[in-house]
Design a protein around this ligand. Structure first.
Ligand SMILES: Cc1cc2nc3c(=O)[nH]c(=O)nc-3n(C[C@H](O)[C@H](O)[C@H](O)COP(=O)(O)OP(=O)(O)OC[C@H]3O[C@@H](n4cnc5c(N)ncnc54)[C@H](O)[C@@H]3O)c2cc1C
Length: 435
């Protein structure tokens, strides 16, 4: 085991899309030293949900760099050119890129940058009064003036769920590859992850003996899309959002839920067509879609599972299943590796780190020792924070803050948007939005 110490300016924990964008944009900044560390042996992105036809929900132009630095070598378009497939890609006229191809693009960036290192788990983070000290699982140490926490969301598991080979979070779906032929399968969760899993099960041959899809949502709501909705995924709206009161921020995030968290129309349509075929053409009535059900209990019984699902009027439905797949979402929490300084960090009620307008975590350390929180800003920076739309823009803002220099002209050239937002209001749509 080695015990080297490396010194850098900015250290990133985790290399998902968010810290990867920071690494890619930092690479061109003269005089700035960075080091990004990930515990995985190689780059991957939600591999357990990378279905053959899963598509990106955001444009490929919202890649790691393009929105702020289209001349960067780490753009999706340059990836296509370097792979020799630019013309083949353009002729395909895709509306959206597959998640597999976008993952391949990000892996190309991550493994081209000498500042990204895989197979390195950060076990502990301290601050010695001057610098952060990161302790790695291999015995190495990295010291840095600033830190970017990009450890990503973790699966949200209903309390008491008996996890195991046949009861697991959807994020493991492809890795578990359960034998579903002739089994009773329950999928819990009515978002896009649940929908993609249900679609995969509907296409399976042979089918499960029974397939039940339960969702707490009152219906299988689709994504709200279009240019006007997309205005809330712009830097201009982000700035308006920062100026809202705390109450207005919460109300806005709630009202905007289905602009990012609904089913993509193509997945929803394909599920519907599969259901139609099963019921009316193949005359196999084995699928049950149950919205408005909150799964309140999952127990292991007689080699299978017993579930309780409660309707909005309090009726408790019972269900038996052989396999339970939890598409119950993800949550953001403070990663264990920062335990040594956790008591010095400000944490929101929901478990995310509290961020200021510059994406800095509020903490009691020195002003010139910033900690940036990636994916911790849903409440403080808006619904755009956990998705890719402003990833490059946020990375650029962080790099300017960290270096104290104007680097990315795009940050000052961005349009003020096409909508004149009211400021400081509580969005009344929240009263009408489906639960
Ligand atoms: C299935 C799925 C599809 C999505 N599709 C889209 C989409 O199309 N468009 C969109 O805008 N958003 C999408 N999102 C939302 C969002 O873009 C992703 O959740 C994204 O992965 C978040 O990136 P991240 O960098 O925060 O975290 P992650 O991608 O989760 O990466 C975190 C990394 O940190 C590493 N790590 C954790 N702890 C340590 C440690 N102690 N030491 C070292 N490394 C560590 C992990 O190994 C991991 O690689 C999707 C989300 C899901 C679940």
């Amino acid at each position: 085991m080695t015990s080297h110490t490396y010194s850098t300016d900015l250290a990133g924990i985790g290399i998902g899309p968010f810290n990867l964008s920071l690494a890619a944009l930092a690479h061109g900044v003269t005089g700035l030293r960075t080091r990004f560390l990930d515990q995985k042996p190689v780059f991957s992105w939600h591999a357990g949900l990378a279905f053959e036809d899963s598509s990106m929900q955001t444009s490929y132009l919202k890649d790691m760099v393009t929105p702020v630095l289209p001349t960067s070598p780490w753009s999706f378009l340059n990836y296509l050119v370097q792979q020799g497939r630019f013309y083949d890609f353009m002729a395909a006229r895709f509306d959206t890129v597959s998640r597999r191809e976008f993952t391949d693009y990000m892996a190309w960036v991550a493994h081209s940058l000498d500042t990204c290192q895989f197979g390195n788990q950060v076990r502990g983070v301290e601050h010695d009064g001057h610098r952060f000290v990161l302790h790695m699982d291999r015995g190495e140490t990295v010291t840095a003036r600033g830190l970017s926490i990009g450890t990503g969301p973790v699966p949200q598991i209903p309390e008491g769920a008996p996890l195991g080979q046949n009861c697991f979070h959807g994020v493991e779906y492809l890795a578990k590859c359960p034998d579903i032929a002739g089994k009773r399968v329950a999928v819990v969760g009515g978002g896009q992850t649940g929908a993609e899993i249900v679609l995969d099960l509907l296409r399976h041959d042979p089918m499960p003996a029974e397939l039940t899809w339960l969702s707490r949502r009152s219906a299988f709501w689709q994504l709200q899309e279009g240019g006007l909705v997309d205005q809330i995924y712009t830097p201009a709206y982000h700035d308006v959002f920062l100026g809202l009161t705390e109450g207005a921020k919460q109300a806005a995030v709630k009202a905007q839920k289905y602009s990012s968290d609904g089913l993509t129309p193509s997945t929803a349509d394909e599920i519907y067509r599969q259901l139609y075929r099963h019921r009316h053409v193949n005359r196999r009535d084995v699928v049950s879609l149950r919205p408005g059900r909150t799964v309140s209990r999952i127990e292991q019984r007689f080699g299978g599972f017993y579930l309780n699902a409660t309707t909005p009027v309090g009726v408790v439905e019972e269900l038996n299943a052989d396999i339970v797949i939890l598409a119950t979402g993800f949550k953001i929490e403070v990663p264990q590796c920062v335990d040594p300084i956790r008591s010095r960090l400000d944490v929101e009620l929901g478990g995310a780190l509290t961020l200021d307008g510059r994406y800095r975590v509020r903490w009691d350390g020195p002003e010139d020792a910033p900690i940036y929180g990636m994916n911790h800003g849903r409440q403080s920076h808006g619904i755009v924070d956990p998705q890719l739309s402003l990833t490059a823009w946020r990375s650029a803002a962080i790099l300017e803050d960290f270096t104290g220099t104007d680097i990315f002209e795009a940050l000052r050239q961005t349009s003020r948007g096409l909508v004149d937002w009211a400021t400081g209001h509580v969005d009344e749509d929240v009263l009408r939005i489906p639960a």
